[in-house]
Design a protein around this ligand. Sequence first.
Ligand SMILES: *Cc1c(COP(=O)(O)O)cnc(C)c1O
Length: 442
Amino acid sequence: MNTANQSLKPVTTKINSEGNLEIGGCDLVKLAEKYGTPLYVFDETTIRTIANEYKNAFKDYPKVSMLYASKAFMTKAIVRILDEEGFGFDMVSGGEIYTAYTAGADMKKCLFNGNNKSYDELEMAVNLGVGLISVDNFLELALLNNAAKAADKKVDILLRVTPGIECHTHEYIQTGHLDSKFGFDLTQVDEAVELILEEYTNLNLVGMHAHIGSQIFETSIYYDEVDVLLKEMGRLKDKFGVELTHINLGGGLGIKYTENDAPPSIYEIAEKIITSIKDNASKYNVAEPEIHIEPGRSIIGKSGITLYTVGSSKQVPKGRKYVAVDGGMADNPRPSLYQAVYTAQVANKPDAELSETVTIAGRFCESGDILIKEVKLPSLEEGDILCFYDTGAYGYSMSSNYNRVLKPAAVLVNNAQSDIIINRESYEHLVSLDVIPDRLKK
Ligand SMILES: *Cc1c(COP(=O)(O)O)cnc(C)c1O
């Protein structure tokens, strides 16, 4: 059975009676007119569809919790939708914790993760009742124990480990291999466990956490990851008599960005995970654990698109044709950061013949600000609206004000209705944190 991460577009995408692209029952050309461009558009139906695919895929293994990896894209409205779907949140900063908390997430279902959490952030997590903290290193064990002691609480923790599994994805988004900045090396786990048992009495070790990378297409990696973690559980049980109950497998499932991508379905991933638990729990003499799955990209990447307006173009004599749009690396740094590849369609003439191969350039002052190196599109004119698919993850969340360009708005579409979920920045907002010292005032 296919799942929505395997198709190119949000599940509600179609061409409407006016010949324009439509998502969530909303005409994309009208959205561009109403809200301006660049514009991020998120399809609520796709978010909920994929969230439910995750839940269905694991329905034969009830000891599962779903956490949405907030870093992919987080706003209060997204928190509301996924909280309604029963998800907790994987959070990596005080800002993400604050967003989840103020949007009414169930903090008990949430997890705080990250390789250099500050004392203030740990204190905030403890005080707001974040259910689990994934401890990444020795310094953090000490800091968190202090924060827990100060609050007179015992906090449940996971140990973040690097399981030594390499996956074939971009180097910058691999995280599970041994030479990684994240987590304890497996050879350091015993020392950490001894410290927790003997010294850090405000910490309650319940399990282990790993995350092996992002945009993963190989299902066998999840089988291996479960194997490594269960083996470690068995070893700790024999050596220290500690019975861990939780393993958090991270996120990472890939999505289809272009026709060349063939990611596995959510069902295939779930099957590998469950099979590995069935095969390996008895082998290592441990109880079948509670598992956590933390999808980010595979939920929100597919659910979001970006609309741009076409502006100037440049035909290099005997060379390529550059067509510039009104956004670029500040609203989507992925192409310049790790050569990410996207596909696009013209929202106001999706059916027109694909007559030219062009390079879509951003508007920012960097030669590397190219959004798509080569794409076949209808002949483009100033004012055409381009729809970039699969920009929902790591777009807005990595965006910047480079060149002092305003961050775009984001709208949520559903049943022919569109609602702002992030306002477009204004120039006043842009300078609101700037301060001119008295001696420099004019
Ligand atoms: C980034 C991250 C995720 C989400 O990864 P995706 O590829 O977006 O699914 C999940 N867990 C952890 C610990 C992460 O760092």
